[in-house]
Design a binder for this molecule. Structure first.
Ligand SMILES: C[S@@+](CC[C@H](N)C(=O)[O-])C[C@H]1O[C@@H](n2cnc3c(N)ncnc32)[C@H](O)[C@@H]1O
Length: 235
């Protein structure tokens, strides 16, 4: 089972509030990309970024990498029901193995870039930069911790759906100079009663916005703009 197998049930619901803020920011960045070519999304999860991209950029095809089968199930079900879902091709691979289109007009990697070790990021950024059309944006968001420090668990955050509440919290421990291991804990509650528990664990390669911008510059995308957690490079 993938690292997201246990948490797939929770990911979409608990990500919705983040996308209320991120969605309009991302849509504004993507709106003025080149008119002809293909969009790319890395690690689409349940598709909250995918539908944002479809709504922000009319007409163009979108290729997606999503390695977790349990999240692809949610993504494909949502795309099949979406009026523009036919534009999206979902590849069951990690970003490192995505067949890249020749003319890329925009790249999005939301809440996922820490899954890639620095050497894989360099290879991917270089391959993307070589295929991006002039003016095409590449958008990543940096997530803490920026350095390999322990992260204590935060108070559980929850979303209610029907009569049940779905909650999550997480903590991380350093595993090396550049990496931490996250343990995410989820519960489904009916009032005070816990009906279900799930745990997901994954390695995470730490990064700051400035580090991602420097890595993009080294891969041929200089002068990336940093807007709080977002790193936006243009070809
Ligand atoms: C926290 S989720 C974010 C999902 C979605 N982008 C969002 O913001 O709602 C992280 C996603 O990265 C995916 N992922 C893990 N390793 C990956 C890799 N090497 N390449 C691409 N995606 C990866 C996971 O399967 C998961 O869908």
């Amino acid at each position: 089972m993938s690292e997201y197998g246990e948490s797939a049930e929770y990911l979409h619901l608990l990500s919705l509030p983040m996308w209320e803020v991120l969605g309009p920011r991302l849509a504004a960045i993507l709106a003025d990309g080149p008119a002809e070519g293909t969009l790319v999304e890395l690690g689409a999860g349940s598709g909250l970024g995918t539908t944002t991209i479809l709504d922000a950029v009319p007409r163009l095809p979108l290729v997606v990498a999503e390695p977790a089968a349990q999240l692809r199930a949610v993504l494909l079900a949502r795309l099949y029901e979406h009026p523009e879902g036919e534009r999206v091709t979902v590849h069951p691979v990690p970003a490192q193995e995505l067949p890249l289109p020749a003319k890329i007009v925009g790249v999005v990697g939301a809440h996922m870039i820490g899954h890639l070790p620095p050497s894989d990021r360099h290879a991917l950024f270089t391959a993307l930069a070589a295929r991006m059309r002039t003016g095409a944006p590449l958008v990543l968001n940096a997530q803490p911790p920026a350095t390999a420090d322990p992260v204590p668990a935060w108070p559980p955050f929850g979303v209610t759906c029907g009569g049940l509440t779905y909650e999550g919290t997480g903590s991380a421990v350093p595993t090396g100079e550049d990496s931490v291991r996250w343990t995410m804990e989820y519960t489904t509650r009916q009032g005070a009663e816990v009906l279900h528990r799930a745990t997901a664990e994954y390695d995470w390669w730490v990064h700051s916005p400035a580090r991602l911008a420097a890595e993009l510059a080294a891969a041929g995308l200089p002068n990336a703009e940093i807007d709080a957690d977002l790193v936006i490079a243009r070809r």
